[in-house]
Design a protein. Structure first.
Length: 235
């Protein structure tokens, strides 16, 4: 499919386009980026639409190289050769627990962290793949009681359970405004990671692709380069 490549030499008018923009977006990307992105697109390109595709575990770059998927947004360690990227925001993992959880009345301690049961998201190809290795290097363990495919379901499970979940800070703060959960700093700080927008080299000069990339940078890079506040709070 070479539609995106063919349009590279033509003018692109967002106000009249009826294009459907196709994205790969991580859980953080969907929760943090999509609301503001859709608001801006509805104003600047009212005839356009957005479709978010499931991220394949194997070779996510194939549909991007063909033009079927325009951009990938989030953390991807497997979009390297043949791809370009642009920084959006920085993130760091935090813990979420239900509000007024008695075990964490004094904040997140290593002892409370180890005694609690944890809910986790599958880690294949994601930034959190090395969480347990980092914890183990500090001789900290966690007891896993539940494993789910993605982060987006974890905050929904926390309010009615005694579980602890480690989730990206920006995602936690987005959910904390709607759910009775508390966001706590990790007992052992984990390295921050960057969320970026990725595109295939073949479509670097494609006008619609460039417009959408620019939109992401304008909306999210300015003022969002600091870590989420919850990741910096003392325990």
């Amino acid at each position: 499919m070479l539609i995106a490549g063919i349009t590279s030499g033509r003018g692109f008018d967002p106000s009249t386009t009826t294009r459907c923009f196709n994205l790969y977006a991580s859980d953080v990307g969907q929760m943090v980026f999509l609301p503001r992105l859709l608001t801006r697109i509805n104003k600047a390109a009212p005839g356009a639409s957005v479709r978010v595709w499931p991220i394949p575990l194997d070779k996510p770059g194939l549909l991007m190289s063909s033009g079927d998927v325009d951009l990938a947004v989030g953390y991807f360690d497997n979009l390297t050769t043949g791809f370009r990227q642009s920084f959006l925001i920085r993130d760091r993992y935090v813990c979420v627990v239900r509000a007024k959880h008695p075990k964490f009345a004094q904040g997140m301690t290593i002892r409370a962290f180890e005694e609690a049961e944890h809910a986790i998201a599958h880690a294949t190809g994601m930034a959190h793949a090395n969480i347990d290795q980092v914890l183990a290097s500090h001789q900290v363990r966690r007891k896993v009681a539940l494993s789910v495919p993605g982060f987006h379901t974890l905050p929904m499970l926390i309010p009615n359970s005694d579980l602890v979940a480690i989730v990206p800070g920006w995602l936690a703060e987005a959910y904390a405004s709607h759910l009775p959960i508390e966001v706590l700093a990790m007992p052992i700080p984990l390295p921050p990671f960057d969320l970026r927008v990725y595109w295939h080299e073949r479509y670097h000069r494609d006008a619609p692709n460039r417009w959408l990339r620019k939109l992401f940078v304008e909306l999210f890079r300015a003022g969002r380069t600091e870590l989420p506040k919850s990741a910096l709070k003392p325990n």
